[in-house]
Design a protein around this ligand. Structure first.
Ligand code: LMR
Length: 336
């Protein structure tokens, strides 16, 4: 202030410029980092949030979206969030274990959600809130749950009977539940960052993997996987999270506007998820590189039988009470 008035006294024209510079507000920057392609449900959701957030705050907030692990890979992005190097992420629910929030791995249990309605009851109800509370003492605030979809299994050979998995090296996310799931099938799970999967499949470092069609297609995994089975055996979704200190430190009016933008972006992302996956599956079928297989009724039953024991084996890891309350919700859900 003293400096500005001194300048005013000496240089009349420069005074105006100096005063403007001293009062002009730099926008608040939110770096939103993620690991998937922009044209996925998560990628599109992030862009929608950017658009709404910048509009609602009338430019007070600038959102920079960094897709495709451009800034950080899976594990690093969580560390970067805690350190404040980025402000917002949307990691899959399968990636919270290494952070010490192993309860999130409950979403990875095979066949835990009989349909999306059952899932929505969990994420939008008290269980979803309770899970977010577990992040607070890690310096993280949970804002929303975003959908991707149910996963399919892919490999460099047909996967019809569960015996087909025997000895296959299958890439998984960093979840002990997914590790148990692959072992239940007789496969050898290998944890690997998402950004490395395409090359690992191409070079034979791993034989196969699991993902919803939107991720498989946008990473071109169908070019390096000869077979895929439409198993829908497990779910993949996200928690949109922010650095708690950053979020709590925002002016209250800005935070309210951002909350509104997030609510709308969430509706958008969750509405497009199924369609994006359907479109990706069609595109991969049309590309003709991967053979897609529908399980017979009996095969489907034997996949379930092989994987369901994982619920009990992993109950103490994900929390017995939590598991029981999820089952109560899903049993009551009206699936078509
Ligand atoms: C994966 O690593 O397979 C997925 O979690 C990637 C993602 O964020 O959808």
């Amino acid at each position: 202030m003293k400096f500005v008035s001194l300048l005013c006294a000496t240089v009349a024209a420069g005074c105006l410029m100096a005063a403007t510079a001293a009062t002009a507000q730099e926008p608040i920057v939110i770096k939103f980092s993620h690991v998937v392609a922009p044209e996925t449900p998560k990628g599109k959701g992030a862009e929608k949030f950017k658009q709404l957030a910048e509009q609602r705050t009338a430019g007070k907030v600038k959102v920079e979206v960094y897709p495709n692990s451009q800034l950080y890979k899976d594990k690093e992005e969580l560390e970067a969030l805690q350190l404040g190097a980025v402000q917002m992420l949307a990691p899959s629910l399968a990636k919270f274990g290494p952070l010490g929030a192993k309860e999130f791995e409950i979403f990875d249990l095979p066949y835990i959600f009989p349909c999306k309605t059952a899932l929505v009851k969990v994420t939008t109800g008290p269980i979803g809130k309770q899970l977010f509370q577990k992040l607070e003492n890690k310096g993280i605030t949970g804002l929303a749950y975003w959908d991707n979809g149910f996963k399919i299994m892919s490999a460099n050979k047909p996967l019809h009977a569960t015996a087909d998995f025997k000895g296959l090296k299958m890439r998984i996310q960093s979840s002990k539940v997914l590790d148990a799931q692959m072992r239940a099938l007789g496969a050898l799970p290998q944890v690997m960052a998402f950004s490395e999967v395409y090359q690992a499949l191409q070079t034979g470092v791993v034989d196969g993997t699991e993902n919803p069609p939107s991720n498989m297609y946008t990473q071109k995994m169908h070019e390096v996987q000869s077979h895929a089975t439409l198993s829908d055996h497990g779910y993949l979704g996200y928690a949109v999270i922010v650095n708690k200190k950053f979020w709590d430190g925002l002016p209250a009016d800005v935070r309210t506007q951002l909350d509104g933008a997030m609510k709308e972006a969430t509706e958008y992302a969750n509405n497009i998820a199924q369609e994006e996956n359907d479109k990706a599956l069609e595109a991969m079928k049309a590309a003709g590189k991967t053979k897609f297989y529908e399980l017979t009724k009996d095969e489907r039953a034997s996949w379930r039988q092989a994987m369901l024991p994982v619920h009990e084996d992993m109950a103490s890891r994900v929390g017995k009470e939590l598991l029981a309350s999820i089952k109560t919700e899903t049993d009551a859900a009206k699936c078509e």
